[in-house]
Write a protein that binds this ligand. Structure first.
Ligand code: COA
Length: 362
């Protein structure tokens, strides 16, 4: 779909997702990644979320779980942003997830609104009624907007006003936190010892992707629960069925981009069941920031300090795997007090507010 809107010089067009960034047709994709990284730097003031084109590419390849639409946004032939719409393919899915990201130089010209028309058109044509999107809201002096959860806030900044103007409501606030990996890990070691003592019925198991066969089914159970059990306020997610094929697809998105992931799990000694896990995503260049992805304790096993156990074991192993990585970045719902308390005790500190926004179409 190509769209040339009424705004002079504006083009919103789809582009080729190459099979390799070395291909002749990869130029748009590579330029898109540069724009992405610039936008994230402008918003956060750091390169913590930067990725190379090679690392990002596998995330754009088609699979049977999601229909994905990608566009670049150009003014007078110069790329100034990107947008994307994801349509999960779970049975009877009503949801759509989207991003519109522009470099700051072109904010406030109506470009985001023009792009948003395409988002809604795609969602309507696919019969999706629950449109959802996340945005980082840099600290500002704007008035505060609070979500119905009562936890956290975002400033009513340009980004928030954009959502409100297009009929969205703020459903949830997430906290982006950072952890200094070059500092003293004494607290992590102490908490790890305490958690291990409190969780004597459990043992830590760790692996790098690809997941060894013996852990595949247990890991799949935990990935399914991640969607249903993590606090999501009124944001809407489809239940997902995870089997080995789906897990291997997820792993390929990491490994084919030359990244890897450390998975730390807690195994119940008697039953052999995997009961808790934590994921740390390592870039190819291990002197860069490490990302913490999912962390979950299965509900039947809460109350044994397993969250602290897997998080601390992950950080301690990470120190060996990536001794020069400066920090860990992670995201948690503001109402997820148990998880935030563990993070704060370990030394994670808040870095930004993320708004989770939703609109229900009639
Ligand atoms: C959020 C974001 C996409 C908004 O895009 P944008 O192009 O700046 O937004 P728009 O210009 O369409 O917003 C409309 C504003 O522009 C003004 N405007 C100027 N010309 C306009 C036009 N022709 N049509 C519509 N609005 C116009 C409107 O008055 C409105 O301002 P107001 O809300 O203060 O009244 C952009 O700021 C951005 O990329 N932010 C960083 C990434 C991000 O947070 N993305 C959010 C979803 S992932």
């Amino acid at each position: 779909m190509n769209s040339t809107t009424e705004i002079a010089g504006l083009t919103i067009r789809s582009y080729v997702i190459p099979t390799s960034i070395d291909n002749d047709d990869a130029a748009d994709f590579i330029a898109m990644v540069d724009v992405r990284n610039r936008i994230y730097r402008e918003i956060s003031g750091s390169d913590d979320e930067a990725m190379t084109a090679a690392e990002l590419l596998p995330n754009f390849w088609a699979d049977e779980y999601t229909t994905r639409h990608f566009f670049v946004i150009e003014m007078d032939g110069v790329m100034v942003g990107r947008m994307g719409v994801d349509l999960p393919l779970e049975d009877d899915s009503r949801v759509a997830f989207w991003i519109i990201e522009l470099i700051e130089d072109v904010w406030g010209l109506g470009i985001g609104s023009a792009a948003y028309e395409i988002v809604e058109q795609i969602a309507r044509e696919a019969g999706r009624t629950s449109l959802q999107s996340w945005a980082e809201h840099p600290a500002s002096d704007d008035a505060r907007l609070e979500p119905p959860t009562g936890f956290g806030y975002v400033p009513k900044d340009h980004i928030a006003r954009f959502y409100l103007r297009h009929g969205y409501s703020l459903e949830q606030v997430e906290r982006k936190s950072l952890f200094d990996l070059q500092g003293d890990l004494g607290a992590v070691e102490r908490i790890h010892g305490e958690a291990a003592a409190a969780a004597a019925d459990y043992e830590v198991v760790q692996w790098m992707l690809p997941t060894p066969e013996e852990f595949v089914s247990g890991y799949c159970v935990m990935k399914e629960r991640m969607v249903t059990d993590a606090p999501s306020a009124d944001m809407e997610f489809d239940e997902e069925v995870w089997d080995e094929a789906r897990l291997r697809k997820m792993e390929a998105r990491v490994l084919d981009g030359n990244r890897t992931q450390l998975v730390t799990a807690a195994r119940h000694r008697v039953s052999g069941e995997l009961c808790a896990f934590n994921e740390l995503d390592l870039p190819l260049d291990r002197t860069l920031t490490t990302s913490q992805h999912d962390t979950l304790v299965l509900s039947d096993h809460r109350g044994h300090r397993l969250g602290a156990l897997v998080k601390t074991a992950g950080i301690l192993r990470l120190r060996e795997l990536a001794p020069d990585s400066p920090r860990i970045i992670t995201w948690n719902a503001e109402e997820n007090r148990p998880m935030l308390s563990i993070n704060e005790e370990l030394g994670f500190y808040p870095a930004a507010h993320i708004g989770a926004w939703k609109k229900v179409l009639s």
